[in-house]
Write a protein that binds this ligand. Structure first.
Ligand SMILES: Cc1ncc(COP(=O)(O)O)c(C=O)c1O
Length: 402
């Protein structure tokens, strides 16, 4: 049994990385009484405009567009590509349900790709899907771990196909010295509550492609010439009346929160990585489990610990996670039925009408997977608790948990 003093910080229990300065910024925006996506002010005097400017400098991207969520950022990125309606779009079988949902929202057809043993997009299987005619790739840096972007981009380039990064959980993480989200044609981020910058709900996209950006700005809700505010140096030749307009732009209160909390992004990522690396290091030699590995050192936000209970079926993985929960560690699995189903397991995306064994390798690996959230606010005592609980459960596994 654990006491309340032994609780584990998670965002749905109210754990945040916000400060009084963030609250004050949001209150200033509230008191300013101008919350709508556009008003008479020049863009650079609005919170959303300031946020876009800050993110553009941080990521070294020409254009940034703040919007309502990671899902709308992915959909806008795809809409910005101007593909024929109903195009097949590749995405990995290990992602949150929002990724294939965003592909549908943009009017296209998700085509799932297998993942490797570390649950990164399998580039050999991506080539199969590209050969079959995929018109774009949405690559996902799932649970804060980078996909192998040089390999993914090289495969897509061979087929002349654009890459959109679902960089939803990886703001502040780089691969090969380049920020994630800026490797593909467009990158989509979220500022939802458990992401590196927390505005409750929210997101943004980044790109260096002015034409794609112009289309995204219009779809996001710019009308009657407001597109020009995003292009002080001259507007690309896009007929704004030919594109549907959705109300997907970020409001001022969220933008104010994001601008303020961006200051502590490096500190947050550093804390999460320290927790992750210390725990992963301590679990390295533990028999029967395999901690998910990043494709390169530091190519990881450290916001969750993921490990496989090697060769486990769904009941064994569930018993393993249950043991951790008994020790006050909120572990969960990816398989299993019921209200606690996992929306990151592709066989639960019934809206796609896929056979359960559509991706046998990914399914096997997801069935073995156990996940624990790692807040930046963890203490060394939390880390110890997790390491001891996993080590103890592993001693009784595989197949020996009563
Ligand atoms: C990989 C991934 N893509 C997309 C999303 C959707 O982001 P949002 O909730 O901001 O729409 C999430 C949400 O957690 C996610 O984890």
């Amino acid at each position: 049994m654990t006491s309340p003093a032994d609780s584990w910080p998670t965002y749905d229990e109210g754990d945040t990385f916000l400060t009084g300065a963030d609250e004050a910024a949001a209150i200033r925006a509230v008191l300013g009484r101008r919350y709508y996506r556009y008003d008479a002010r020049p863009l650079q005097e609005t919170w959303a405009g300031r946020l876009e400017e800050r993110l553009s400098r941080l990521l070294g991207a020409q254009h940034v567009l703040a919007c309502t969520s990671g899902t709308t950022a992915i959909a806008l990125s795809l809409l910005a590509l101007d593909l024929p309606k109903g195009s097949p779009v590749a995405c990995p079988g290990f992602t949150f349900a929002a990724t294939p949902s965003a592909i549908l929202l943009a009017g296209h057809r998700p085509v799932l790709v297998e993942c490797d043993d570390d649950l990164h997009l399998d580039v050999a299987d991506l080539r199969r899907v590209l050969t079959a005619g995929a018109a774009a790739v949405v690559v996902v840096h799932m649970r804060g771990m980078a996909s192998d972007m040089p390999a993914v981009c090289a495969a897509a380039d061979e087929f002349g196909v654009p890459v959109v990064e679902d960089a939803v959980p990886v703001l502040g993480v780089s691969l090969g010295g380049r920020p994630l989200g800026t490797h593909g044609r467009l990158g989509a981020f979220s500022t939802q509550a458990d992401k590196p910058v927390n505005t409750g709900e929210g997101g943004f996209l980044v790109t260096d492609d002015p034409d794609a950006y112009a289309r995204a700005v219009i779809h996001c809700g710019a009308y009657e010439g407001r597109l020009a505010r995003h292009f002080p140096g001259g507007v690309p030749a896009v007929d704004e009346r030919s594109l549907p307009v959705y109300g997907w732009r970020m409001d001022e209160i969220r933008a104010a929160l994001a601008v303020s909390s961006l200051d502590r992004l490096p500190e947050r990522i550093a804390l999460q990585r320290t927790h992750h690396d210390r725990i992963a290091g301590a679990l390295e030699g533990v028999k029967g489990i395999a901690v998910r590995r990043p494709v390169a050192p530091d190519a990881c936000s450290g916001q969750q610990l993921l490990f496989r209970v090697v060769d486990a079926d769904a009941p064994l993985a569930a018993r393993f996670a249950g043991r951790l929960r008994e020790r006050g560690v909120p572990a969960r699995t990816y398989s299993g039925e019921g209200p606690g189903y996992n929306a990151r397991a592709y066989w639960n995306w019934r809206f796609l009408d896929l056979p359960e064994d559509a991706l046998p390798r990914t399914r096997r690996r997801l069935t073995e997977l156990v996940e624990v959230p790692l807040s930046p606010n963890l203490t060394p005592a939390h880390r110890e608790r997790l390491i001891n609980a996993v080590t103890e459960a592993a001693e009784r596994c595989p197949g020996r948990v009563p």
